[in-house]
Design a protein around this ligand. Structure first.
Ligand code: ZN
Length: 88
């Protein structure tokens, strides 16, 4: 019995991800745009599904914070109104 040592170490360059995983569809297609000129407006949108949310952010907040707010909002919305509506 031959033992093959298969060691695949994949280290993707992932310091600051441009895309976040979507809390709705699960794909890494959420992009966060920040317009600091307009009083700190941030838009998070998924290019895979129709998710799009706008946020007001503070000076110190960054894309990661926007993504956190996005997931919070999505999960809160999911609790109230499920996205998957069952139609009969
Ligand atoms: Zn999505």
């Amino acid at each position: 019995m031959g033992r093959r040592r298969k060691k695949v170490v994949h280290i993707p360059k992932k310091r600051l991800p441009k895309f976040f995983s979507c809390p709705v569809c699960g794909k890494e297609t959420v992009r966060v745009e920040i317009n600091r000129d307009e009083g700190g407006q941030a838009i998070a949108q998924c290019s895979s599904c129709s998710l799009r949310e706008e946020f007001q952010i503070k000076q110190a907040q960054d894309t990661v914070d926007v993504y956190c707010m996005l997931t919070d909002r999505v999960y809160n919305t999911l609790k109230r109104t499920p996205i998957i509506k069952q139609k009969e």
